[in-house]
Design a protein. Structure first.
Length: 318
């Protein structure tokens, strides 16, 4: 603060016009949430600075070449990869995963149905909230049989995943994960093709699903959903929400007992994680790498998965 006070006129103006508003919102949010530390209390500690530069988000995306993003409030489930050089604002939900498998899970109807049931609503839009949606969303679980652990280059520590179908062979699990990633890539390739041919935005593309009839985008989504269901071990006609809620409760129980579960993101046992990081992402117009990610960015992604991956959030129902 003392450095900012050096610019007396500017500081006094911000103190008069900005400080009261920020402090009032911080106090209001504390009372509404019952928490001492919130988004607005964090900003209240530096009310004279740029409102919210999202330090946690910036740290999360700093070590990866791209991240998955979606609008915090949306009518349709539209996710996309964004270059880590593009810094998001508070209206964008950021998922710090650079791989196609994670994109496939998040873009699936399973995740969207969970979002609609657990998130908030604003008129005809659904609001994505980290605590009630992402933190409670159960990802596919893979149990790798003892003695059948695949070799992962440079991986110093390996923990056998202990949830999911018993006795899964690494090759079977990796095949399911690869199928989701391949379907996710195919979906995004098709989206770019159709948008380029029609001069559409992503929003305009997804509005086409509101019109009955054959639609290649609908077919691509169905293929992705089928691969995701297989990864979960979900039957084709099984109710998505009932399955996810049951899995959520099972995982919460396992965590309470100290058992290991498969956290969000590409599982740690997958070899060559860089092969799951494709080239496409939204980039700034002046980005010299506008044609896609490079071998360097792929290597950075591999480093992230092998040495820097954090544990997933606890699974809970609120």
């Amino acid at each position: 603060m003392t450095e900012a006070m050096h610019y007396k006129a500017a500081f006094e103006r911000v103190k008069k016009l900005v400080m009261p508003d920020v402090l009032a919102k911080a106090e209001k949010e504390k009372k509404a949430t019952g928490k001492d530390k919130t988004r607005w209390t964090r900003m209240a500690n530096r009310w004279w600075q740029f409102r919210d530069y999202q330090p946690g988000t910036m740290r999360a995306i700093a070590s990866i070449p791209r991240y998955i993003a979606c609008s915090r409030s949306a009518k349709r489930p539209t996710f996309d990869f964004v270059s880590s050089d593009v810094h998001p604002d508070g209206k964008v939900v950021v998922f710090p995963f650079p791989d196609d498998y994670s994109f496939g899970i998040l873009q699936s109807s399973a995740h969207w149905e969970w979002t609609k049931s657990r998130g908030g609503t604003q008129t005809a839009r659904f609001t994505y909230t980290s605590e009630t949606v992402f933190d409670t969303f159960a990802w596919p679980q893979f149990e790798i049989s003892e003695g059948r652990v695949p070799r992962v280059p440079n991986l110093k520590k390996y923990e056998v995943q202990k949830s999911g179908t018993r006795g899964t062979r690494p090759s079977d699990a990796i095949e399911k994960i690869r199928a989701v990633a391949d379907a996710a890539r195919a979906l995004r390739n098709l989206r770019r093709e159709i948008m380029a041919a029609n001069g559409w935005s992503l929003r305009e593309l997804y509005k086409s699903l509101e019109t009955p009839g054959e639609n290649r985008l609908r077919t691509a989504h169905a293929a992705l959903d089928a691969a995701v269901r297989t990864a979960y071990g979900m039957k084709p006609d099984e109710d998505i929400l009932a399955f996810l809620l049951k899995l959520n409760l099972e995982l919460a129980d396992k965590e309470a007992k100290g058992e290991v579960i498969t956290p969000p993101g590409l599982p740690a046992f997958v070899p060559e994680p860089e092969s799951f990081v494709s080239r496409d992402c939204v980039r700034s117009p002046d980005d010299p790498e506008a044609d896609g990610s490079t071998a360097k960015s792929a290597a950075e992604a591999a480093h992230f998965y092998i040495t820097g991956k954090e544990e997933g959030p606890p699974y809970r129902v609120k």
